[in-house]
Write a protein that binds this ligand. Structure first.
Ligand SMILES: Nc1nc2c(c(=O)[nH]1)N[C@@H](CN(C=O)c1ccc(C(=O)N[C@@H](CCC(=O)O)C(=O)O)cc1)CN2
Length: 288
């Protein structure tokens, strides 16, 4: 009999103030629960004196998530752990938000189709009609929610309704060019990833390629980050840059940037969905 068929996969992430004995206590309890550890990563952040850990493990099918949570409770209380247990039995659901530029959206659909990104696109939300055909081709529900200064609050309520209706685990802003209100950004903190088309913290806000072009930069880049009320200042998850030269136009910057944006966003989502990203104040810990 294939023993792997009778096991469930979990990921445990935890953080706390650094102190001795955390790894030993956690792994001992996991062993007592009959689990097999497949991957373990740790990081002590000197600046904040906080300890971060990510453990991927499998458990016999009769060991439920509740049993693991109960078994770990004494360790959680002893060390004051902030912990999260993720069961990897179902594909995570994502909602992708897009405006007019669809390169990042198309790249995500492709990476899911070829199996590199394990996720289900439960819905696409846009403030424009431009990606309706793409959604129909991919068999994904498409919600057009036009936005204006007058209807912003109502439109954001409809965004929330879609996210809640489909049970989204993550919202992806794939060049969605509208600023989330402080309320929406706050309510969804840690659950919304944006791709900004610059090497942050340079060139926040609108038209970063034009800003970069005017500054005569020799590198352009893209940054995937969690969305916060402070525009393009959320905890950074993934970045990449590429060289540019004086002979390139701003249109060349935009064309070069499309591939960088798509790759960076896809890597950030993959790492988030695998619980490899832990928020550490205004920064992140990203376990490879
Ligand atoms: N609260 C937040 N909302 C959003 C963030 C964020 O970090 N926090 N990221 C943006 C994406 N973005 C850059 O990556 C961005 C989007 C829009 C603008 C902007 O100035 N938009 C104009 C309208 C532009 C248009 O309609 O074409 C505006 O809102 O007045 C700047 C940066 C997503 N939201």
């Amino acid at each position: 009999m294939n023993c792997a068929a009778l096991r469930l996969s979990f990921i445990l992430t935890l953080s706390c103030e650094d102190q001795a004995g955390i790894v030993a206590a956690v792994t001992t309890e996991l062993a007592n629960l009959g689990t097999n550890i497949a991957e373990s990563s740790q990081h002590w952040d000197r600046a904040s004196n906080r300890f971060f850990m990510r453990i991927a493990f499998s458990a016999p099918a009769w060991v439920s998530a509740d049993a693991i949570t109960k078994g770990l409770a004494p360790v959680v209380n002893r060390f004051g752990l902030s912990s999260r247990l993720l069961e990897r039995s179902r594909r995570p659901k994502i909602v992708i938000m897009v405006s007019k530029f669809d390169h990042a959206l198309l790249h995500l659909i492709y990476q899911i189709r070829v199996g590199w990104l394990e996720a289900e696109v439960a819905a696409i939300i846009s403030n424009h009609e431009d990606s309706r055909e793409t959604a129909a081709w991919a068999g994904i529900p498409y919600h057009v929610l036009p936005i204006s200064k007058e209807n912003k609050q109502e439109q954001e309520g409809r965004i929330l309704a879609v996210i809640e209706d489909v049970g989204a685990d993550l919202v992806v802003l794939a060049r969605y060019m509208q600023v989330y209100s402080d309320d929406l950004a706050g309510r969804l903190f840690g659950k919304v990833i944006n791709i900004h088309h610059s090497f942050l913290p340079s060139f926040k806000g609108a038209r970063p390629y034009h800003q970069a072009f005017e500054h005569g930069v020799k590198l352009i880049g893209a940054t995937a980050h969690y969305v916060t009320a402070q525009l393009d200042e959320g905890p950074i998850i993934e970045q990449e840059t590429e060289r540019v030269t004086h002979s390139m136009s701003v249109e060349d910057f935009i064309a070069t940037g499309r591939d960088i944006e798509s790759r960076v966003l896809a890597r950030a989502i993959k790492r988030h969905l695998e619980a490899r990203v832990m928020i550490n104040g205004r920064k992140t810990v990203v376990f490879a």
